[in-house]
Design a binder for this molecule. Structure first.
Ligand code: HMG
Ligand code: MG
Length: 333
């Protein structure tokens, strides 16, 4: 087993044993589904309230890019998330395209009733691996949340809905610090038993590194079938693409991301945007992993999103594409 010596930030040397994992690029899947969360995770974190009409135009434009799954809104208390107070109207008025799954967050039975009224066919419940973030975000203990889900998920399934789940703060909590990976494994089992078809493991505050991702996923995938696990990385510290590369190499084929790198959880201090959809698609497609998304069309939607939110988008690919277009125009003139 090769070993190397590394120097820590405090100038101390420590020996790190590195297990050989082979070439990570030898095991990539041929196809990955991008689960686009910008209309929900993105807009919930914007200070500007986007008019309903504009949200509908935005989601309809996303539907034309080849994306196969779009999370459009949340059926939560509008006093907590005023940005998404128009959930019913948005859900009713978007133009649903064949082959695209439309989903929305639902925290409880009341949210389920609204989602049914709005004609949703897929919902996502959400909770945290850490007790404090769970309380700050949904005002309940983890145990009370699971109890609430027992009154929400089975009726949703009985009504014909597909139910996805999020487990937040898997890699670290803004209030509690490090989180035991066993929490994620245990919650995956609970949520699966309740009827969720997939659990998305959230790095809510963007603290994960590739080695930690390998550790958590190897524990989860030892017990849960791979297609039932998705990954959701925020890019707060710039590690999201590296974390995604490790995830897909381990067999993960559903990756959450947000157009432009929008996003963040209002109840997780320091949380910044999701990994940008454009950046993920560029990386995967250039490596021969197909997403079926048309990146040029997507960039046009990014331009629209930037206008709607009223600021620049952090996506690196988007900035490069805008820069390249500007240079081409300047040369042509
Ligand atoms: P609560 O205040 O504890 O709820 O909120 P309650 O049951 O005590 O009811 C209080 C009031 O809320 C009542 O109204 C209810 O009707 C209303 P009142 O009688 O006072 O007028 N209420 C609702 N209204 C609309 N829709 C509902 C609903 N439920 C109750 N579904 C609740 C509990 C969960 C509702 C609240 O805490 C909430 O809305 N939280 C929002 C949390 C949220 O959306 N956070 C951001 C998304 S999570 C995230 O970003 C992480 C993720 O991206 C993954 C990752 O990055 O890790 C998914
Ligand atoms: Mg998120």
């Amino acid at each position: 087993m090769p070993a190397t010596t590394t120097t820590t930030g405090r100038g101390e040397s420590r020996r790190v044993v590195v297990k050989s994992q082979g070439n990570v690029l030898d095991h990539l899947p041929p196809d990955v589904t991008i689960y686009e969360v910008s209309p929900r995770d993105g807009l919930q974190n914007e200070s500007r309230l986007i008019p309903t009409e504009d949200k509908i135009v935005f989601i309809d434009a996303l539907s034309q890019t080849g994306l196969r799954a779009i999370e459009i809104t949340s059926f939560v208390n509008p006093r907590w998330i005023p940005q998404l107070a128009d959930a019913v109207e948005v859900s009713r008025r978007i133009q649903r395209q064949p082959g695209v799954t439309y989903s929305a967050l639902v925290p409880n039975r009341k949210g389920l009733d609204s989602a049914l009224e709005a004609g949703m066919t897929e919902i996502a419940v959400f909770m945290s691996a850490s007790e404090t973030h769970n309380r700050k975000n949904i005002n309940k203990s983890i145990a009370a949340t699971l109890q609430e889900f027992r009154d929400t998920i089975p009726p949703a399934r009985a009504a014909g809905l597909k139910v996805r789940a999020y487990v937040s703060t898997v890699y670290g909590c803004p209030y509690e610090g490090k989180v035991d990976p066993a929490r994620a494994v245990a919650l995956c089992h609970e949520l699966r038993a309740l009827g969720c078809y997939q659990v998305s493991l959230g790095d809510t505050i963007g603290v994960a590194n590739p080695r930690q991702v390998r550790d958590v996923l190897s524990r989860v995938l030892a017990e849960i079938p791979t297609p039932e696990v998705a990954v959701h990385f925020h890019d707060t510290r710039g590690t999201a693409l590296a974390n995604i590369l490790v995830s897909v190499e381990m067999g993960i084929t559903t990756v959450d991301s947000a157009l432009g790198g929008l996003g963040g959880c209002p109840y997780a201090p320091g949380a910044s945007g999701n990994v940008a959809t454009e950046d993920v698609i560029y990386m995967l497609e250039e490596m021969g992993v197909h997403t079926r998304v048309d990146l040029d069309k997507l960039v046009e939607v990014s331009r629209l999103a930037s206008t709607l939110v009223g600021h620049e988008l952090p996506s690196k690919y988007y900035r490069a594409a805008v820069g390249a277009r500007g240079r081409a125009l300047a040369q042509g003139s």
